[in-house]
Design a protein around this ligand. Structure first.
Ligand code: FES
Length: 83
């Protein structure tokens, strides 16, 4: 779905930008041009950014848990907590 019609930016573009390190609206503005024309996309772009960040954080937590399990050899009694 298009998020920013003026710059033809979709949810996928924002998801990709987050994977590349975008964390704030400023990052989307600089890298994708979001909100640089009519600004009607600001609210939707912010929601899309927050959703992408949540998914990215969840993926990072999952990776961290698996890395800890690999390092500890799945030691009995060791239950890493995802935050
Ligand atoms: S829709 Fe994003 S700047 Fe116009």
């Amino acid at each position: 779905m298009y998020i920013c019609v003026c710059n033809a930016v979709t949810e996928r573009h924002i998801e990709h930008a987050v994977k590349q390190g975008a964390r704030r609206m400023r990052d989307l503005r600089q890298n994708l041009g979001v909100t640089t024309e009519c600004n009607r996309c600001a609210t939707c772009a912010k929601q899309c950014l927050n959703s992408a960040l949540e998914r990215s954080d969840a993926a990072q937590d999952s990776l961290a848990v698996r890395a800890l399990q690999a390092l500890t050899g799945g030691a009995p009694g060791f239950e890493p907590q995802a935050s």
